[in-house]
Write a protein that binds this ligand. Structure first.
Ligand code: ATP
Ligand code: MG
Length: 271
Protein backbone atom coordinates (compact mmCIF):
# COMPACT_ATOMS: atom_id res chain seq x y z
CA UNK A 1 0.00 0.00 0.00
CA UNK A 2 1.66 3.18 -1.19
CA UNK A 3 0.03 6.49 -0.27
CA UNK A 4 0.83 10.12 -0.99
CA UNK A 5 0.47 11.48 2.54
CA UNK A 6 3.11 10.97 5.18
CA UNK A 7 1.96 9.97 8.66
CA UNK A 8 4.68 10.19 11.35
CA UNK A 9 6.02 6.71 12.14
CA UNK A 10 5.26 7.18 15.85
CA UNK A 11 1.61 8.14 15.27
CA UNK A 12 -0.60 5.69 17.18
CA UNK A 13 -3.09 5.46 14.31
CA UNK A 14 -0.58 5.51 11.46
CA UNK A 15 -1.61 2.26 9.74
CA UNK A 16 -5.29 3.09 10.04
CA UNK A 17 -4.74 6.59 8.61
CA UNK A 18 -2.61 5.32 5.73
CA UNK A 19 -5.24 2.68 4.93
CA UNK A 20 -7.96 5.32 4.94
CA UNK A 21 -5.80 7.47 2.65
CA UNK A 22 -5.38 4.54 0.21
CA UNK A 23 -9.18 4.25 0.05
CA UNK A 24 -9.56 8.01 -0.50
CA UNK A 25 -6.91 8.03 -3.24
CA UNK A 26 -8.66 4.97 -4.75
CA UNK A 27 -11.89 6.97 -4.75
CA UNK A 28 -10.17 9.94 -6.42
CA UNK A 29 -8.85 7.66 -9.19
CA UNK A 30 -12.29 5.97 -9.62
CA UNK A 31 -11.12 2.59 -8.31
CA UNK A 32 -13.34 2.85 -5.21
CA UNK A 33 -17.09 3.53 -5.39
CA UNK A 34 -18.56 6.17 -3.06
CA UNK A 35 -20.38 3.41 -1.17
CA UNK A 36 -16.96 1.78 -0.76
CA UNK A 37 -15.92 4.68 1.50
CA UNK A 38 -18.79 3.86 3.83
CA UNK A 39 -18.12 0.13 3.73
CA UNK A 40 -14.54 0.89 4.74
CA UNK A 41 -15.76 2.91 7.72
CA UNK A 42 -17.80 -0.04 8.94
CA UNK A 43 -14.71 -2.20 8.60
CA UNK A 44 -12.61 0.30 10.60
CA UNK A 45 -15.11 0.13 13.46
CA UNK A 46 -14.98 -3.66 13.63
CA UNK A 47 -11.19 -3.60 13.41
CA UNK A 48 -11.16 -1.39 16.51
CA UNK A 49 -13.34 -3.90 18.33
CA UNK A 50 -11.12 -6.85 17.46
CA UNK A 51 -7.94 -5.01 18.50
CA UNK A 52 -6.53 -4.22 15.03
CA UNK A 53 -4.50 -7.40 14.84
CA UNK A 54 -4.73 -10.82 13.27
CA UNK A 55 -6.29 -13.24 15.74
CA UNK A 56 -5.69 -16.97 15.99
CA UNK A 57 -9.08 -17.81 14.43
CA UNK A 58 -8.25 -15.48 11.52
CA UNK A 59 -4.93 -17.25 11.05
CA UNK A 60 -6.64 -20.65 11.03
CA UNK A 61 -9.20 -19.41 8.53
CA UNK A 62 -6.38 -18.09 6.31
CA UNK A 63 -4.74 -21.52 6.36
CA UNK A 64 -8.02 -23.26 5.48
CA UNK A 65 -8.71 -20.71 2.74
CA UNK A 66 -5.33 -21.24 1.11
CA UNK A 67 -5.68 -25.02 1.39
CA UNK A 68 -9.07 -24.83 -0.39
CA UNK A 69 -7.64 -22.63 -3.14
CA UNK A 70 -4.66 -24.93 -3.68
CA UNK A 71 -6.92 -28.01 -3.79
CA UNK A 72 -9.48 -26.42 -6.10
CA UNK A 73 -9.79 -27.45 -9.73
CA UNK A 74 -10.62 -23.93 -10.73
CA UNK A 75 -10.17 -21.26 -8.06
CA UNK A 76 -11.00 -17.63 -8.84
CA UNK A 77 -10.36 -14.36 -6.99
CA UNK A 78 -13.17 -11.84 -7.39
CA UNK A 79 -11.90 -8.27 -7.18
CA UNK A 80 -13.77 -5.11 -6.22
CA UNK A 81 -12.63 -1.53 -5.83
CA UNK A 82 -11.77 -1.54 -2.11
CA UNK A 83 -9.73 -4.74 -2.33
CA UNK A 84 -7.85 -3.40 -5.33
CA UNK A 85 -7.13 -0.04 -3.66
CA UNK A 86 -5.76 -1.66 -0.50
CA UNK A 87 -3.83 -4.75 -1.59
CA UNK A 88 -3.18 -4.76 -5.36
CA UNK A 89 0.27 -6.39 -5.13
CA UNK A 90 -0.89 -9.16 -2.82
CA UNK A 91 -3.95 -9.94 -4.98
CA UNK A 92 -1.69 -10.46 -7.98
CA UNK A 93 0.78 -12.52 -5.97
CA UNK A 94 -1.91 -14.74 -4.45
CA UNK A 95 -3.42 -15.25 -7.92
CA UNK A 96 -0.07 -16.46 -9.21
CA UNK A 97 0.71 -18.73 -6.26
CA UNK A 98 -2.72 -20.42 -6.24
CA UNK A 99 -3.25 -20.30 -10.03
CA UNK A 100 -6.49 -18.43 -9.46
CA UNK A 101 -7.30 -15.80 -12.11
CA UNK A 102 -8.52 -12.39 -11.01
CA UNK A 103 -12.04 -11.45 -12.08
CA UNK A 104 -13.46 -7.96 -11.74
CA UNK A 105 -17.06 -7.96 -10.59
CA UNK A 106 -18.49 -4.61 -9.61
CA UNK A 107 -21.71 -3.82 -7.80
CA UNK A 108 -21.60 -0.25 -9.06
CA UNK A 109 -20.41 -0.88 -12.61
CA UNK A 110 -18.81 1.96 -14.47
CA UNK A 111 -16.50 1.55 -17.39
CA UNK A 112 -14.05 4.08 -15.91
CA UNK A 113 -14.00 2.08 -12.64
CA UNK A 114 -13.25 -1.14 -14.50
CA UNK A 115 -10.45 0.61 -16.41
CA UNK A 116 -9.00 2.18 -13.25
CA UNK A 117 -9.00 -1.19 -11.47
CA UNK A 118 -7.37 -2.87 -14.44
CA UNK A 119 -4.67 -0.15 -14.61
CA UNK A 120 -3.88 -0.55 -10.93
CA UNK A 121 -3.61 -4.34 -11.16
CA UNK A 122 -1.48 -4.18 -14.30
CA UNK A 123 0.89 -1.84 -12.43
CA UNK A 124 1.01 -4.51 -9.71
CA UNK A 125 2.14 -7.06 -12.30
CA UNK A 126 -1.11 -8.73 -13.40
CA UNK A 127 -1.20 -10.25 -16.90
CA UNK A 128 -4.88 -10.91 -17.42
CA UNK A 129 -8.10 -9.69 -15.88
CA UNK A 130 -11.31 -11.69 -16.35
CA UNK A 131 -14.81 -10.22 -16.21
CA UNK A 132 -14.10 -7.04 -18.20
CA UNK A 133 -16.63 -5.66 -20.72
CA UNK A 134 -14.56 -6.86 -23.71
CA UNK A 135 -14.54 -10.50 -22.53
CA UNK A 136 -17.17 -13.13 -23.21
CA UNK A 137 -19.76 -13.47 -20.48
CA UNK A 138 -22.38 -15.97 -19.42
CA UNK A 139 -25.53 -15.20 -17.49
CA UNK A 140 -26.28 -16.99 -14.23
CA UNK A 141 -29.98 -16.41 -13.48
CA UNK A 142 -29.53 -17.17 -9.76
CA UNK A 143 -27.20 -14.18 -9.32
CA UNK A 144 -28.67 -10.76 -8.55
CA UNK A 145 -29.25 -8.60 -11.61
CA UNK A 146 -26.17 -6.38 -11.73
CA UNK A 147 -23.86 -9.33 -11.00
CA UNK A 148 -25.56 -11.85 -13.28
CA UNK A 149 -22.96 -11.70 -15.99
CA UNK A 150 -19.82 -13.61 -15.11
CA UNK A 151 -16.78 -14.70 -17.04
CA UNK A 152 -17.07 -18.27 -18.35
CA UNK A 153 -13.40 -18.83 -17.56
CA UNK A 154 -13.78 -17.25 -14.12
CA UNK A 155 -16.69 -17.47 -11.71
CA UNK A 156 -18.71 -19.23 -14.44
CA UNK A 157 -16.65 -22.38 -14.12
CA UNK A 158 -15.05 -21.89 -10.68
CA UNK A 159 -15.42 -24.39 -7.84
CA UNK A 160 -13.79 -22.12 -5.22
CA UNK A 161 -14.27 -18.34 -5.18
CA UNK A 162 -12.42 -15.88 -2.97
CA UNK A 163 -14.67 -12.82 -2.57
CA UNK A 164 -12.84 -10.39 -0.31
CA UNK A 165 -15.07 -7.63 1.14
CA UNK A 166 -18.26 -8.91 -0.39
CA UNK A 167 -21.86 -8.02 0.35
CA UNK A 168 -24.21 -10.58 1.84
CA UNK A 169 -26.55 -10.88 -1.14
CA UNK A 170 -23.79 -11.95 -3.46
CA UNK A 171 -22.37 -14.42 -0.97
CA UNK A 172 -25.78 -16.07 -0.61
CA UNK A 173 -26.13 -16.14 -4.39
CA UNK A 174 -22.75 -17.80 -4.84
CA UNK A 175 -23.69 -20.41 -2.23
CA UNK A 176 -26.98 -21.03 -4.09
CA UNK A 177 -25.01 -22.04 -7.16
CA UNK A 178 -22.82 -24.35 -5.06
CA UNK A 179 -19.56 -22.47 -5.01
CA UNK A 180 -17.16 -22.92 -2.13
CA UNK A 181 -16.96 -19.33 -0.88
CA UNK A 182 -14.03 -17.79 0.97
CA UNK A 183 -14.35 -14.27 2.27
CA UNK A 184 -12.52 -11.63 4.28
CA UNK A 185 -14.83 -9.62 6.51
CA UNK A 186 -14.10 -7.84 9.77
CA UNK A 187 -17.71 -8.20 10.88
CA UNK A 188 -18.17 -11.79 12.12
CA UNK A 189 -21.95 -11.26 12.19
CA UNK A 190 -22.48 -10.04 8.62
CA UNK A 191 -24.40 -12.26 6.21
CA UNK A 192 -21.23 -12.52 4.16
CA UNK A 193 -19.38 -13.89 7.17
CA UNK A 194 -22.02 -16.42 8.18
CA UNK A 195 -22.93 -17.73 4.71
CA UNK A 196 -19.35 -18.30 3.55
CA UNK A 197 -17.51 -21.59 3.89
CA UNK A 198 -14.37 -19.92 5.20
CA UNK A 199 -14.41 -16.41 6.70
CA UNK A 200 -11.26 -14.55 7.65
CA UNK A 201 -12.37 -12.06 10.31
CA UNK A 202 -9.45 -9.76 9.69
CA UNK A 203 -8.56 -6.56 7.90
CA UNK A 204 -7.77 -7.27 4.26
CA UNK A 205 -4.51 -5.32 4.67
CA UNK A 206 -3.32 -8.03 7.10
CA UNK A 207 -5.25 -10.99 5.69
CA UNK A 208 -3.96 -10.88 2.13
CA UNK A 209 -0.24 -10.75 3.04
CA UNK A 210 -0.89 -13.67 5.42
CA UNK A 211 -2.60 -15.69 2.68
CA UNK A 212 0.35 -14.99 0.36
CA UNK A 213 2.75 -16.23 3.04
CA UNK A 214 0.71 -19.42 3.58
CA UNK A 215 0.37 -19.99 -0.16
CA UNK A 216 4.17 -19.85 -0.50
CA UNK A 217 4.58 -22.32 2.36
CA UNK A 218 1.78 -24.69 1.37
CA UNK A 219 1.88 -24.77 -2.40
CA UNK A 220 3.89 -28.00 -2.51
CA UNK A 221 2.09 -29.70 0.38
CA UNK A 222 0.60 -33.12 -0.44
CA UNK A 223 -3.11 -32.99 -1.27
CA UNK A 224 -4.04 -35.16 1.73
CA UNK A 225 -2.44 -32.62 4.02
CA UNK A 226 -4.41 -29.77 2.45
CA UNK A 227 -7.60 -31.86 2.71
CA UNK A 228 -6.93 -32.42 6.43
CA UNK A 229 -6.62 -28.67 7.04
CA UNK A 230 -10.01 -28.04 5.39
CA UNK A 231 -11.72 -30.96 7.12
CA UNK A 232 -10.45 -29.74 10.49
CA UNK A 233 -11.92 -26.28 9.96
CA UNK A 234 -15.40 -25.29 11.12
CA UNK A 235 -16.51 -21.80 10.08
CA UNK A 236 -19.31 -21.42 12.65
CA UNK A 237 -16.96 -22.34 15.51
CA UNK A 238 -14.34 -20.02 14.09
CA UNK A 239 -16.81 -17.12 13.88
CA UNK A 240 -17.93 -17.80 17.44
CA UNK A 241 -14.30 -17.54 18.57
CA UNK A 242 -13.95 -14.19 16.80
CA UNK A 243 -17.07 -12.88 18.54
CA UNK A 244 -15.67 -14.07 21.89
CA UNK A 245 -12.36 -12.31 21.21
CA UNK A 246 -14.28 -9.07 20.64
CA UNK A 247 -16.21 -9.58 23.90
CA UNK A 248 -13.05 -10.33 25.87
CA UNK A 249 -11.29 -7.34 24.36
CA UNK A 250 -14.19 -5.07 25.34
CA UNK A 251 -14.40 -6.66 28.77
CA UNK A 252 -10.70 -5.91 29.41
CA UNK A 253 -11.31 -2.27 28.42
CA UNK A 254 -14.40 -2.05 30.63
CA UNK A 255 -12.27 -3.25 33.53
CA UNK A 256 -9.58 -0.63 32.94
CA UNK A 257 -10.45 2.25 30.66
CA UNK A 258 -7.29 4.08 31.74
CA UNK A 259 -5.25 1.46 29.85
CA UNK A 260 -6.37 3.22 26.67
CA UNK A 261 -4.56 6.41 27.77
CA UNK A 262 -1.16 5.26 26.70
CA UNK A 263 1.61 7.81 26.81
CA UNK A 264 2.75 8.99 23.42
CA UNK A 265 6.17 7.51 24.16
CA UNK A 266 4.69 4.02 24.20
CA UNK A 267 4.23 4.30 20.47
CA UNK A 268 7.71 5.62 19.63
CA UNK A 269 9.51 3.37 17.19
CA UNK A 270 13.11 2.50 18.12
CA UNK A 271 15.60 4.39 15.98
P1 ATP B 1 -23.82 -8.11 4.81
O1 ATP B 1 -24.39 -7.49 3.58
O2 ATP B 1 -22.86 -9.21 4.53
O3 ATP B 1 -24.81 -8.48 5.87
P2 ATP B 1 -22.78 -5.56 5.43
O4 ATP B 1 -24.10 -4.98 5.03
O5 ATP B 1 -22.14 -5.08 6.67
O6 ATP B 1 -22.87 -7.09 5.54
P3 ATP B 1 -21.42 -4.17 3.42
O7 ATP B 1 -22.51 -3.22 3.46
O8 ATP B 1 -20.95 -4.57 2.09
O9 ATP B 1 -21.77 -5.47 4.22
O10 ATP B 1 -20.19 -3.62 4.33
C1 ATP B 1 -18.88 -3.92 4.08
C2 ATP B 1 -18.36 -5.07 4.93
O11 ATP B 1 -16.96 -5.16 4.66
C3 ATP B 1 -18.50 -4.82 6.42
O12 ATP B 1 -18.90 -5.99 7.07
C4 ATP B 1 -17.08 -4.43 6.88
O13 ATP B 1 -16.81 -4.90 8.18
C5 ATP B 1 -16.22 -5.14 5.87
N1 ATP B 1 -14.95 -4.44 5.59
C6 ATP B 1 -14.79 -3.16 5.15
N2 ATP B 1 -13.48 -2.85 5.01
C7 ATP B 1 -12.79 -3.97 5.34
C8 ATP B 1 -11.40 -4.30 5.37
N3 ATP B 1 -10.46 -3.41 5.04
N4 ATP B 1 -11.06 -5.55 5.74
C9 ATP B 1 -12.01 -6.47 6.08
N5 ATP B 1 -13.33 -6.22 6.08
C10 ATP B 1 -13.73 -4.99 5.71
MG1 MG C 1 -24.70 -5.47 2.89
Amino acid sequence: MKVKIEVPSDHPRRVSLETREAIIEGHDSHVVATAGLLAHGRGEAFDYLIGEKTTEPAENAARAAVAAMLLAKHPVISVNGNACALVPDELVELAELTKAPLEVNLFYYRKDREDAIKDMLVKAGMNELLGTHDRPSITIPELSSNRRKVDPEGIGSADVVLVPLEDGDRTEDLKDIDKFVITIDLNPMSRTAVYSDVTLVDNIIRALPLMVKFAREMKNHPREELRKIIDGFNNDENLAMSVRIIMEHLDAIANDVSSLRKKKNDFKVDE
